[in-house]
Design a protein. Structure first.
Length: 378
């Protein structure tokens, strides 16, 4: 028999126990490997092996253990394919399945988690040998992001469980690490929103700030607005997508996940006025190449907004915090929770409102109440 390195090696066969082969590596160091053969539950012949042992006895022990594991897998109802499947194999298959289910940025976060944390710590472990303690030790080494990584590992193992590759999801038996202390979201109500509006008045930030605080739009939704999405005469805008970074493509407008995610937003009068004034100014400027109304890069917008808040001594406020302020105003004005969810874009498909010429009266009423709460009377 000729070994993979082109050298001849001794082969000892034990009936039903596989073969132990002696070979010499490129440094002329003698090594032993065990190799066997079995037919899995779908009729495929598989040839597991263990290699790199300095003695024949160690190679035999490794082969015996592998055969014992095969029997245990068979008895537990787990696919025999699991014997030569590693954690890395499973997370790779899971990632492949995620491609059609999650957005590109979400997939990029998953891939980064696998590359930086799961693969280095657990990737080489055979799936049937992965233990709760292995996962616990990995979680401890992951540090701050450990909680998120544990959730993703658990999802991958749940996928493996569905494929019959593992009897139980050991990651689900591990407690998530204590979450890092979250940033305290500032309390923002009508008075705070009016102060923020005042601080950004007569700047390019103003219409964006009003759309966030008086309409509850997300940053990406505001930056994704195009001229055809805004009907100032009807005081309605339509959210069709978000502007943000797409892996490998830079920043661009991403359409909403589904047609049901497209929603109409009723605009209070102060938002209509702010956008109308901005559009009149923009007609004197070069038109953005991509047709967006607000030609900001997300990072640049965040930086300018933060600087404006600090300059006005309003503290550590993010643009997204204004959405929380909008929700607070809706609650204070007695807007029904389901209507508030629709206004914020959190509604289920049955509650999603599409702009068909006539806006839902409940959303128009909510916008009028926001106008009443935020409009300065003096």
């Amino acid at each position: 028999m000729t070994n993979p390195n082109g050298k001849h090696g001794k082969q000892t066969r034990h009936r039903g126990q596989g073969s132990v082969v002696e070979s010499t590596d490129k440094f002329r160091v003698r090594r032993w490997r065990w190799q066997g053969s079995y037919v899995d539950e779908i009729g495929t012949r598989r040839r597991p092996r263990t290699a790199g042992y300095p003695t024949k006895r160690e190679a035999e022990r490794a082969g015996t253990k592998l055969l014992r594991d095969l029997v245990e897998l068979q008895e537990s109802g787990v696919s025999l394919r699991a014997i030569d499947t590693t954690v890395a194999d499973v997370v790779d298959s899971w990632l492949e399945g995620c491609k059609d289910r999650v957005r590109p940025l979400t997939l990029e976060a998953y891939e980064l988690d696998v590359k930086l944390r799961i693969r280095p710590t657990l990737g080489a472990i055979r799936l049937h040998e992965l233990t709760v303690e292995d996962v616990r030790a990995a979680v401890r080494s992951w540090g701050g992001p450990g909680a998120h990584t544990l959730v993703r590992l658990s999802s991958a193992l749940r996928y493996a469980q569905a494929q019959g590759l593992v009897a139980r999801n050991v990651a689900a038996l591990v407690d998530a690490p204590a979450a890092a202390e979250k940033r305290e979201v500032p309390t923002i109500g009508p008075d705070e929103l009016r102060a923020i509006f005042d601080a950004t008045a007569r700047t390019r930030l103003y219409p964006i700030v009003v759309l966030a605080g008086a309409c509850g739009l997300r940053r990406g939704e505001i930056l994704g607005l195009r001229a055809g999405d805004v009907d100032l005469d009807e005081a309605v805008l339509t959210v069709r997508g978000q502007y943000g970074r797409v892996p490998g493509q830079g920043a661009r407008i991403r359409d909403t996940k589904t047609a049901s995610s497209v929603r109409a937003v009723a605009m209070p009068a102060l938002a209509v006025e702010a956008v109308r004034e901005y559009l009149a100014w923009r007609e004197t400027q070069p038109a953005p190449i991509d047709g967006r109304i607000f030609a900001w890069h997300p990072n640049t917008l965040d930086r300018h907004f933060r600087d404006a808040m600090l300059a006005a001594s309003l503290g550590d406020i993010r643009l997204h915090d204004l959405r929380h302020g909008f929700a607070t105003v809706l609650a204070a004005q007695g807007v029904h929770q389901r209507v508030a969810m629709a206004a914020l874009g959190h509604a289920a498909e049955a509650m999603t409102h599409h702009y068909t010429g006539v806006l839902d009266a409940s959303l128009r009423d909510a916008a009028d109440r926001v106008e009443l709460a935020l409009r300065r009377t003096s």
